[in-house]
Design a protein around this ligand. Sequence first.
Ligand code: 2AL
Length: 246
Amino acid sequence: MKILVINPNTSAAMTEAIAQASREAASPGTEIVAVNPSFGPLSIEGHFDEAWGAAGVAEQAHLARAWQPAATVIACFGDPGLNAAREALRGPVIGIAEAAFQAASMVAEGFSVVTTMTRTCGIAEHLVQRYGFEHQCRGVHGTDIAVLSLEDCPPETVAQIEDAARQALARDRSSAIVLGCAGMAPLCRLLTQRLGVPVIDGVSVAVKWGESLAALGLHTSKAGDYAHPLPKTYLGWAKPYGWSSE
Ligand code: 2AL
């Protein structure tokens, strides 16, 4: 089966790192197609960036109509454009934040999120509420590590994330760590070894669940709120992305 992994930022290097992590998680026979939008911010570190990231996800989901992936992963921790992609596509669409929270809640009674810029903590906290994990998520912690500095992650940055995770485990009385950025996916194995608790990278969980839901024959319901968008004229540069019924 073919799984589409959309990195909502426009960093080609990060898309490649996410593709690599996705391929390591995928079963033999699963093909990972990793893409990023043709426009928008190089990294998503706030609401303004996220609005453009969501539009970029809509662009890529619209393009994927032509081949209908078996499942789609939205690989940015704010899950930008998740519901838009669900409307556009038939296969299941999974956000890495929701996948990570679900997985963490199954392996630990309480978990902490360690993320990038402190200013993005509110976005993660809103997702915790929206997905209903207020009782399991015991804290969201910013490190003020810029997303793009994860591309070429030096040992000091890894040490900083490890340190933040140790403090979170102690302060929150939690017993698992959720990595709050797709760019942290390559660090998951190393941090698991160092911390000795489950460390959850939403990219790999979302790929695995995408495969599982597709293998079960489940698709996004078109009977209700995730029905295809209404056919409509879009103006300006977004003109090609207005939905048409064919
Ligand atoms: C992210 C992420 O996963 N990708 C990105 O550009 N920004 N999230 C985050 N909290 O920094």
